[in-house]
Design a protein around this ligand. Structure first.
Ligand SMILES: [Zn+2]
Length: 382
């Protein structure tokens, strides 16, 4: 692999990051490695660590536009090691493909961003505005003390970004075929229907919470929450867990718990969904407890200079005109976009993220870096 590493700084940095075992929320000194590289270019580091999470905010330049390159160093657990064809923390290239945990999500994205900025500032030391990296080690876990926290701190200082590029794996079949310009919101609920436990043979002495739940669940499942819009599919309601019963076949349980999730579009809000669920439940006339947890608000970036620059840079490098996409799971863009930045996610192909034998095409690493460079040149030309 030594020859490959010498030939591609992006590959060298990606493999150096994969070799650091940064299981969420451990950064394993990935941020320190990146900070050391960027400080050589005149960036100034600030550590906004919180709750055991490493957060790097590092900037160079002044004034507008302020572009944030954002990402995370933490990775998800490997899963069964015996199913990996090589050690997930010993990066290995086989047939032009780089394998390792974080190869696609998202150490290659981080490395490609760092190398793009190195390329830009080496060729054009005087650029317009400010470049910043916001890198956290808490994206894959609770995401409480990572980007969410840093945004809160910087917002309180009056810092206002113009553009944000999140290096998450956004591509679908080939590099550059898709960029994320929005994400659905995610709202979790835990419903506990309260009944009265007793012997199944004495139905007049029990209140069966499963029977109470059944019509309410049917109503929730068949409800049309909205019809979506030009950018988003309709809001979806899904039950993920259903628990009731003592294990015995002659006992009516005392309660029944349902865990559900909304993936919602910009036609609905947290408040509107909560109110409608409660209306449906109240109509059933049973006793219940309901807990809500908002995982992320939906966002949609309006067309502006960043999307235009991204489309042009991707067309230059790949010849593709990327699909502007809003599906998939959540990412830290949910915290950055409400801060007021035009926000997109651009990164490698995402088919292996979080899986056994996670990988990225080696040839895509330099091309991804060239895409980031093309975007920054367009946004920061002096
Ligand atoms: Zn990720």
């Amino acid at each position: 692999m030594a020859d490959d590493l010498a030939a591609s700084p992006v590959l060298a940095l990606t493999t150096a990051l994969i070799a650091r075992r940064s299981l969420t929320p451990d950064d394993a000194d990935c941020c320190a490695l990146i900070a050391a590289r960027l400080e050589l270019l005149g960036f100034r580091s600030e550590w906004i660590n919180e709750g055991g999470v490493t957060n790097l905010w590092i900037t160079r330049g002044s004034g507008a536009p302020l572009t944030i390159l954002a990402g995370h160093t933490d990775v998800v657990p490997t899963g069964p090691l015996d199913q990996w064809q090589s050690d997930p923390f010993s990066p290995e290239i086989r047939d032009g493909v780089l394998y390792g945990r974080g190869a696609a999500d998202m150490k290659s994205g981080l490395a490609a961003m760092v190398c793009a900025v190195e390329g830009l500032l080496t060729s054009q030391p005087h650029i317009q505005g400010t470049l910043a990296f916001l890198i956290t080690s808490d994206e894959e876990g609770l995401a409480q003390y990572g980007t969410r926290h840093v945004v809160k701190v910087l917002l309180a200082r009056g810092i206002k970004p113009d553009y944000a590029i999140v290096g998450e794996a956004s591509s679908n079949q080939q590099l550059g075929d898709r960029i994320m310009i929005g994400r659905r919101g995610s709202l979790n609920g835990v419903l506990k229907v309260l009944g009265k436990q007793g012997h199944v043979a004495y139905p007049h002495k029990v209140e069966n919470p499963i029977h109470r739940l059944a019509p309410a669940l049917a109503a929730l499942v068949s409800e049309v929450w909205d019809h979506g819009n030009a950018h988003f599919p309709p809001t979806s309601f899904q039950v993920s867990n259903l628990h009731a019963g003592t294990g015995a076949n002659n006992v009516v349980p005392g309660d029944c718990e349902v865990v559900f999730n909304f993936r919602y579009c910009t036609e609905s809000t947290e408040a509107s969904l909560r109110a409608r669920v409660e209306t449906i439940l109240n109509a059933q006339g049973f006793r219940y407890e309901l807990k809500w947890q908002l995982s992320g608000e939906p966002f949609l970036t309006q067309h502006g200079a960043l999307i235009a620059a991204a489309q042009a840079a991707i067309a230059d490098e790949t010849g593709l005109s990327p699909e502007l996409f809003t599906g998939g799971g959540t990412s830290d863009a949910r915290f950055i976009s409400p801060w007021g930045a035009e926000t997109v996610e651009i990164g490698p192909v995402n088919d292996s993220i979080h899986k056994i034998n996670e990988h990225v095409q080696v040839a895509d690493l330099d091309r991804l870096s060239a895409i980031y460079l093309g975007i920054l040149q367009r946004l920061h030309a002096a």
